[in-house]
Design a binder for this molecule. Structure first.
Ligand SMILES: [Mg+2]
Length: 117
């Protein structure tokens, strides 16, 4: 079973993404900020990470940088309510940049693509 980490400071988003991804057959881990996300990356042999950008403690951009340092091979999808960060070169290290939507089809398609399923 492929292991996915969902890092988002909004509990509603963590729950929604977890439920949807579990239904797709993935094992899902959650984190409420970048610091927690890094702890999960250290502990669990993850297959993919979905990172929110705006989070307290450590934001998604810093978490992305540190995750890519630890696990350059691990696909990281940025999922944010804002398109503006797309121009920020720090986000270019991500494997995909998704703007949040209530329709999770794009997210699920991106997950499948990066897990090469
Ligand atoms: Mg947020």
């Amino acid at each position: 079973m492929k292991k996915i980490l969902v890092a988002d400071d909004e509990m509603a988003i963590r729950l929604l993404y977890s439920e949807e991804l579990k239904e797709e057959g993935y094992e899902v881990y959650v984190a409420a900020n970048g610091q927690e996300a890094l702890e999960v990356v250290d502990k669990i042999p993850l297959d993919l990470v979905i990172l929110d950008i705006k989070m307290p403690e450590m934001d998604g951009i810093e978490a992305l940088r540190q995750i890519k340092e630890k696990r350059p091979d691990l696909p990281v999808l940025l999922s944010t309510a804002y398109g503006e960060y797309k121009q920020d070169f720090a986000t270019w290290a991500s494997d995909e940049y998704l703007v949040k939507s209530s329709d999770l089809d794009d997210l699920k398609a991106a997950v499948r693509r990066h897990l090469r399923e």
